[in-house]
Write a protein that binds this ligand. Structure first.
Ligand SMILES: Cc1cc2nc3c(=O)[nH]c(=O)nc-3n(C[C@H](O)[C@H](O)[C@H](O)COP(=O)(O)OP(=O)(O)OC[C@H]3O[C@@H](n4cnc5c(N)ncnc54)[C@H](O)[C@@H]3O)c2cc1C
Length: 407
């Protein structure tokens, strides 16, 4: 087979550019064209990570890396064997982009600007001769009698040999209707990575407080997460909440975003440990006011809030902490219940669960198992990660593998 094939990349986003560059590098004779529906490419990269673009995560054990993907982990294993976080770092380094790892292991460009990543992609694409067709939405795709693809746009159509489909996450599967002709499984999209609204909870008065180590659970389910929690003016956010939203994306959608969340404000401390701590404080500081002595290192505002929620006056003395009051306080500290009614989009990063079903895609190559010559990459697949650079990592890995195997 010659390499002078026409390759169409549908969608000029993160996965599309990575796939286009990979295709051209692996198959220099191929004609690679990106078809982008809007007037601008890489718009999400631009706004990503608050304009800084969290390109990947310093997690170099593929098995651990997979644990950050609520959907797609079993499939991505094959893709990460070929292109993983280390490959991403090397890829950018080779192209002169310096990256920096922050204390939470998130990796950003040293410039602190997503424009650095965009410039890198645009330069590479131009150098390799990747063509960009802007304002060219591809609304339909047919197979021709010669096993080529006909791409239908607004007033024109294009005949190509291969298609890499990278149109990103969509709130509805309407734009994937053409896949139904090929009996491709489509998974109903639902949002992932959102924060919890708590309109009836006074805890919102504590907005701005961050508790570095918490455990969060969705009541009545096995969903559990750990990490920092941020109290906001609408409810709760932070990694311990966002992880629940991601792993529970489908279940919480079924519940119409009405459920209870349970918080352990003391990370993984159990009742017995907390009881011992309270008893020791009572013995050693019996005359001190409870509001003035907080044995758990919580912020004073939160400590006072939790005392009051346990019907304990901040002016009461430690020696007054007895019986039921102790039990109530322990329960508030390690199993504190909040009513959630609704969600808010997490502005730094949000993604869609659902899209192209994974069992119809070979993740060794990213080729469809139903249609030869058709490949997928990025968020259009039913793959998504938690926050921290994992969604881009999936886009880079699947894009690179699709580009490599496209011919
Ligand atoms: C605000 C925000 C911040 C984020 N920050 C981060 C972050 O810091 N780190 C991280 O890992 N992830 C982040 N994400 C997630 C990440 O941006 C996505 O997972 C990633 O962009 C997916 O890449 P993609 O190429 O699959 O899709 P996209 O980047 O969405 O690109 C799809 C492209 O296809 C085009 N398109 C769609 N339909 C058609 C069509 N029919 N014809 C032609 N073109 C079409 C779209 O216009 C778009 O340009 C963030 C997301 C958001 C919304």
């Amino acid at each position: 087979m010659t390499n002078s094939k026409k390759i169409a990349i549908i969608g000029g986003g993160a996965a599309g550019f990575f796939a286009a560059i990979s295709a051209k590098e692996h198959h220099p004779d191929a004609e690679v064209t990106i078809y982008e529906k809007s007037a601008k490419v890489l718009s999400k990269v631009k706004v990503s990570g608050g304009g800084r673009c969290n390109v990947t995560h310093a997690c170099f054990d593929n098995k651990k890396l997979l644990s950050y993907y609520p959907r797609g982990a079993n499939y991505l294993r094959k893709t990460f064997e070929q292109f993983n976080t280390r490959s991403t770092i090397e890829w950018f380094k080779k192209r002169g982009v310096e990256l920096e790892t922050l204390t939470d292991n998130c990796i950003f460009p040293k410039s602190n600007s997503s424009q650095t990543i965009i410039d890198c992609f645009l330069n590479e694409a131009q150098k390799l001769g990747v063509v960009q067709k802007l304002q060219t939405p591809i609304n339909d795709i047919h197979l021709t009698s010669t096993d080529q693809f006909e791409l239908i746009s607004l007033n024109e159509s294009f005949i190509v040999d291969r298609v890499i489909y990278t149109t990103g996450g969509q709130p509805k599967n309407n734009s994937l209707h053409w896949l139904q002709n090929f009996k491709h499984e489509l998974i109903e999209p639902v949002p992932s990575l959102f924060t919890f609204n708590m309109p009836n909870e006074p805890v919102r008065d504590l907005m701005g407080i961050v508790v570095e180590e918490t455990t969060t659970k969705i009541e009545g389910t096995k969903l559990e997460a750990t990490g920092p929690l941020l109290i906001t003016h609408w409810g709760m956010s932070g990694p311990a909440i966002l992880k629940l939203s991601a792993f529970g994306a489908r279940l919480l959608a079924d519940k119409k975003y009405n459920f209870n969340v349970l918080i352990n404000w003391l990370h993984t401390q159990k009742e017995l440990e907390v009881r011992t701590n309270l008893q020791e404080t009572l013995i050693n500081h019996s005359e001190k006011k409870m509001g003035n002595l907080n044995p758990f290192g919580l912020s004073t505002r939160l400590w006072h809030f939790l005392l009051e929620k346990s019907n304990i006056s901040v002016d009461s003395k430690w020696k007054e902490l007895q019986g039921k009051k102790t039990n109530k306080l322990i329960n508030t500290l390690v199993n504190d219940r909040y009513q959630v009614s609704g969600k808010t989009t997490f502005k730094e990063e949000f993604v869609t669960a659902g899209g192209v079903g994974l069992s119809d895609v070979d993740f060794n190559t990213m080729e469809s198992r139903k249609v030869k010559g058709l490949f997928f990459a990025g968020e259009v697949l039913d793959v998504d990660g938690v926050t921290g650079g994992f969604n881009f990592q999936a886009a880079w890995s699947t894009g690179w593998v699709a580009g490599k195997n496209v011919i």
